[in-house]
Design a protein around this ligand. Sequence first.
Ligand code: NAP
Length: 316
Amino acid sequence: MAEAAHGEQSTIHRCSTFIDESRVLMILITGATGTIGGALARRLTADGVPFRALVRREGVTIPGAEVVVGDLDDPATLPEAFVGVSQLFLNTPGPYPDEEPVIAQQLAAIDAAVAAGVEHVVKVSAVGARAGGPMPFGTHAKIEAYLADSGLAGTVLRPNTVMQNLVRGITIFTPDGDLFEAFGGKIAHVDARDVADCAFAVLTGSAPRGGAHDLTGPGALTAAELAAALSAALDREIGLVQPDLDELEPILVGQGMPESYVKHFVELARLVTAGALAEVTTAVTDLTGNSPRSIEAFIAEHRDQLRGVPAKSFWA
Ligand SMILES: NC(=O)c1ccc[n+]([C@@H]2O[C@H](COP(=O)([O-])OP(=O)(O)OC[C@H]3O[C@@H](n4cnc5c(N)ncnc54)[C@H](OP(=O)(O)O)[C@@H]3O)[C@@H](O)[C@H]2O)c1
């Protein structure tokens, strides 16, 4: 765990975290305006660790960051952003409904990192990543394999479903206010802030580099249990709408989900129903030294936002 404490490199203690300054150097973050990347940017800023953020749009400001404009869809914009970078935090949108852009974006970033002499990449992947799997599992597996073959040192963080999906319009509530969940199995949700804290620990040297870490919260819930937890916190009865797997395809098509994505989603639902996201791990504690945040605490903290989450169709 405490690689920073090994050898003769100096360590400092800041906000209860050992930061090995000789290992930090310049960190480049992609996706810093997103959920997981934004949480990492806020953590680095809070702890006074300098970093650079690659953003697509002019005029974006990120407190504490040197902001550079570049587009992962346009590899020619990347070399300038990578000048002087020693570590890359590789994080883009999920592959919905098409994995091609995400694969091209992340491979371009890895190529730019190799060209710039970056020494270490922390890649955000997903629990369940496996070659030949549906999106996003297969997508992240392809990128993980490319990173492994790149010659760069890599650490793979595989979050389970992040709790912030509940307030981002990703979790679906029907017009009656019920939870719509196609996945039948338990899900060990993780708070994006804990994913960020794991990345922070690896990037700043308080946790060792390398390996692939399945990141989860402290428990796993079925959708019925999640609906019950939401009901208790929001003081209203939240039912569960959960189609059988063999009913799912026409529902998704009827709601406008692109047909190219439907087969991936149905396969994903089959895997999750069989338990692909159910395992609870100790990885957050192993990497950060802290217990992961629970979904009950997340719901309580976001009660007002959750009360205001609008209904939406599956694919709006
Ligand atoms: N959410 C989950 O439940 C979950 C679970 C497991 C794994 N993951 C994985 O975690 C990763 C991040 O997910 P997230 O939910 O945090 O993503 P997100 O909130 O959608 O953020 C995506 C980020 O990527 C940036 N971006 C998009 N296109 C770009 C481009 N062409 N060039 C540069 N930057 C670009 C976005 O910038 P703009 O602000 O410009 O759009 C944004 O900052 C994904 O790979 C996902 O598969 C997510």
